[in-house]
Write a protein that binds this ligand. Sequence first.
Ligand code: HSE
Length: 291
Amino acid sequence: EGVRVKVPASTANLGPGFDTLGMALSLYAWIEMKPSTETVFHLYGDHMEGIPRDKSNLIYKVAQSVFRKAGVVVPELEISMYSDIPLTRGLGSSASAIIGALFAANCLIGSPLSKTQLFDMATALEGHPDNVGASLFGGIITAVWDGSHAEYLRIEPPSDMEVLVAIPDFQLSTSKARNILPESVSLDDAVYNVSRTSLLTAALASGRMDLISFAMRDRLHQPYRASLIPGMTRILKEATEHGALGAALSGAGPTLLALVDRRNQDGVDLERFLLDVLGEQGISAKLLWLK
Ligand code: HSE
């Protein structure tokens, strides 16, 4: 018999925590997997253009890597996928496909691999642990990858915190948004980010939402990526004047993310502000309120 898994989208970095912090979002993909006599794919949803329907499909390949590692042979699979997560927008669509494939394939053969092993395999595929960790463990995670093994701690997001994302109508590949980063940074900038990431993590863990705007600043990646996302610099700078606790580029972008305290939304014009700033740059965007 088959298995079906539901996997959340994720946002990485939360500003300063480059390749370190991740947060699961209430936007999902579903993957179903069954042994079959021949490999077939059923892909549903608006975000499936260009996804291969043969054995070069990522989900198929990832599933086979689980079977190989477990020493089990399941050559042919019927794979179904439905996703509400837009592709190449900075919402962890590839991480959720990888996690869904690893988890479903492992369940299909009686779960011989531990979640920690799945996390290591997923991080090796993605190259960083933030999106895959959030999709696998949920909540907010702080993660470290040493090149072969990943460790993490899960933090429960403050219960009154909500997330508003603005998803621009253009795609941006993670490799393009990583290639634009410098190879080395100054000690000043490193300290700037280490201190803010630490403060942000502790603030989230202890529900100190008042510290988020001060902590959610970054000098490691967002300033370099700003040229790829017109309007971003202004949004990051001014979102707190429009009711956000803080704002960041979601992962490698182009989606922008604002954290909001649900108890404090009187007169909040954050939606208008995000759409106007992007609109002035000729960018239309879709807004989603997520948890
Ligand atoms: N931490 C990664 C980055 C997430 O910012 O490049 C993108 O997948």
